[in-house]
Design a binder for this molecule. Structure first.
Ligand code: SAH
Ligand code: SF4
Length: 349
């Protein structure tokens, strides 16, 4: 079957497929390399921009192959410089993406699914349930959108927007590899971070990857009954097995995993909770990120006071566990996971 009369996004063609296409169109072979450069190195979003291709060829390609780049529905700019986007794909589904500049660096936070099926009690995305998983191209498109908007090179990507990456494992790994490709955006593997709610089969598969991608685990409690309440979607992956899977990951990869711990007043900031967290982490290779819960209006859960966060940090440090207190960037623009989308649907009701 030929490539003509197709409506497949031209950007999903790899070099080999472009070579076949060029041949089919009766063009010299070097055009494939030119096309590849425009599509995957310069990341243009129209054939018009491919100035070294003959106009007739550009027109012909434009008639047959779409660029399914997402449409920006909302763009908010925070006082701290971060920008949050609601991006819509060709089937009408939309997701959130955030760009966070810091000196000469640009970090991007992308979604792996539209919505999420894990139902975490503190998460705005969790309330609405899962709409669908994203393709690798749709994940990469979020990064490209932010790169274009800032006009800068993206230096790191965190898969920490909406969705559970390990409920969409293959597309997530494909996206990681495209972002890491030295011929493309060439973002170092260590600067590509995937955050999971603790889906153990995913952690085990992730440990087998040859690349040095970074792993983050949303822990939020080291006491089983509390964690079951906060994160019902991962109830079956018990803390005991999670701990084991993470230690296997560390042994296999030699890499340091990060634990995310959002502090919720009266829920996971009590003495027994702090002790359990210290027990979970002490003596293992890890880094703990403490953050005050982002207030989600639909939830009764409230952030812990900063003193509690500081006292937990002190306790972890005393036991030799490395800890960072993270500030929530862009809190003035609803930058917490799922909040922009929630606001958007509330206002359109
Ligand atoms: N589903 C994956 C990745 C996306 S969520 C995961 O859960 O790890 C990204 C991070 O935001 C996770 O650590 C999640 O627990 C955290 N998060 C979600 N809602 C939050 C809130 N209201 N306040 C603080 N952190 C939140
Ligand atoms: Fe899904 Fe992560 Fe939100 Fe839980 S915290 S509902 S896993 S996006």
């Amino acid at each position: 079957m030929g490539y003509t009369n197709h409506s497949r996004d031209i950007r999903t063609f790899d070099l080999e497929e472009l070579q076949e296409l060029v041949k089919e169109l009766g063009q010299p072979a070097f055009r494939a390399k030119q096309l590849f450069e425009w599509l995957h190195v310069k990341n243009v979003c129209s054939f018009d921009e491919m100035t070294n291709l003959p106009a007739a060829l550009r027109e012909k390609l434009a008639e047959e192959f779409p660029f399914n780049t997402p449409v920006e529905l909302v763009r908010q700019v925070s006082k701290d410089g971060s920008r949050k986007y609601l991006l819509q794909f060709s089937d009408g589904v939309s997701v959130e993406t955030v760009g966070m500049p810091n000196r000469n660096k640009l970090a991007v936070c992308i979604s792996t699914q539209a919505g999420c099926g894990m139902g975490c009690a503190f998460c705005a995305t969790g309330f609405a349930g899962l709409t669908r998983s994203l393709t690798a191209q749709e994940m990469v498109d979020q990064v490209l959108h932010v790169a274009r908007d800032f006009g800068e090179r993206v230096t790191s990507v965190v898969f920490m927007g909406q969705g559970e990456p390990f409920a969409n494992f293959d597309a997530t790994v494909q996206a990681l590899r495209i972002l890491n490709d030295p011929q493309g955006l060439a973002i170092g593997a260590r600067h590509l971070t995937v955050s999971t709610s603790g889906v153990i089969p995913g952690i085990r598969r992730f440990a087998e990857l040859p690349e040095q991608f970074t792993l983050a685990i949303s822990l939020h409690s080291a006491i089983q009954s509390t964690r079951n309440q906060l994160m019902p979607g991962v109830k079956k992956y018990t803390l005991l097995r999670l701990h084991e899977a993470i230690q296997d990951y560390v042994e296999k990869t030699g890499r340091r995993p990060t634990y995310e711990y959002a502090m919720i007043e009266g829920v996971n900031d009590t003495n027994p909770e702090m002790e359990a967290l210290v027990d979970f982490c002490a003596g293992t290779l890890c880094h703990v990120n403490l953050i005050q819960l982002n207030d989600v209006s639909t939830s009764i859960l409230k952030p812990s006071p900063i003193e509690k966060v500081e006292s937990l940090q002190k306790r972890l440090t005393m036991h030799g566990v490395e800890t960072t207190i993270r500030s929530s960037r862009g809190s003035d623009i609803d930058a917490a996971c799922g909040q922009l989308k929630q606001r958007q649907s509330a206002s359109s009701k």
